[in-house]
Structure formats: C-alpha cells, structure tokens
Design a protein around this ligand. Structure first.
Ligand code: PNS
Length: 167
C-alpha cells in the first residue's frame, strides 16, 4: 500500500520553511500531495492558486514523489478521497501550537481517519512566514534568504511597491 501524505497550506507564497517540511515529508511517505488550500480566516491572497501552484512546482521539481493540487473546500474531504494516511504540518514555535492543535482536533472530529503529523521546523526557519516574505519584498528588501531561488523574480515582480517613497 502506498502511504500518501497531504501537506496543506496557503503557500502565499511558498517559503524555504515550507520547502524544508515538504522535502522531509517526501522522505517519510511514498507520495506527498502539497495542497494549496483556502484559509477562510485570511484576507485575500497575494497570488492566485494557479500562481502558487506554479511556484511550488518549480521549487519541488527535483522531488519525484511530490505532486501539487488545489482545494477550495474542507481538507478532511480531500484526505478521505485520496485515502491519505497523514496531514503533515510544520511547527515553528509555541505560538503555532494552539492554532495547529485546534485544526488537528477539528479535522479529527470531522473525519476520524485524519491523522495530523507535526514536523518540527528547522532552526534556520523558526521565524519564517509568507507574511514576512511579503513585507520584505514589498519594500524592496532582499528575500533571497527566505524563498527558493527559482521563484525569487516572480515574487519580487509581483510584490514590490510601485515606487519607493522617501521619507
Ligand atoms: O498556511 P495556513 O494558512 O496556516 O494553512 C491553513 C489551512 C489552509 C491548512 C487551513 O485553513 C485549511 O485546512 N483550510 C481548508 C479548509 C478546512 O478544512 N478548514 C478546517 C480546518 S480546521
């Protein structure tokens, strides 16, 4: 039996922190589905789901057992449909825990077979988030330490502020 894991998230955009979790999950499971999902509590995304998919595809092209999909619905329904054995999430710090714990338990109530597996983030990525990347890119800062090199230009071109105002 092939053991499938689903790695859900907004990925708006994908960061080196996400890539680290996806890469490590790909060594633990036979197949990893990176699932671009809607987080109903977040404001509108900066990138369309298709753009996010293209960026993840570029960043994971070297990982043979990783595929990408888009979901606009409940995660548990997807997990059930593809018969995934795990939902993989990265945990950065204690601040992530309550939110992730709540989601894991809710998913388990909705579908008993929804097992969430948490991978501890690498220490280099403890502070990293898509919002941090967006902030830095917006003001023309160097985002190369935060995102895969192959998607640097895509993110820069889209997010940089039109004009740099001087104060
Ligand atoms: O990267 P994020 O925004 O922290 O990921 C959260 C996400 C997208 C995984 C979560 O909001 C989600 O699972 N959305 C799909 C809809 C769903 O099933 N929501 C109930 C989860 S308790």
């Amino acid at each position: 039996m092939r053991r499938i894991a689903v790695c859900p998230g907004s990925f708006d955009p994908v960061t080196l922190g996400h890539l680290d979790i996806i890469t490590r999950a790909s060594t633990l499971f036979d197949k990893v589905i990176v699932l671009i999902s809607t987080n109903a509590t977040k404001q509108t995304a900066s990138f369309t789901a298709t753009e996010r998919m293209m960026m993840i595809a570029a960043a994971t092209a070297h990982l043979d057992n990783v595929v990408i999909d888009i979901l606009d619905g409940l995660l548990v329904n997807y997990v059930k449909r593809v018969q995934a054995v795990a939902i993989v999430k990265g945990l950065r710090a204690v601040s992530d825990f309550e939110y992730e714990f709540q989601m894991a338990l809710t998913n388990k109530v909705l579908y008993e077979g929804a097992e969430t597996v948490f991978l501890t983030t690498s220490k280099e990525n403890m502070y990293l988030s898509s919002s941090v990347v967006k902030q830095v890119a917006y003001f023309g800062g160097d985002i190369s330490p935060f995102v895969p090199a192959c998607i640097l230009d895509t993110i820069r071109e889209r997010l940089i502020k039109e004009e740099q105002d001087e104060y």
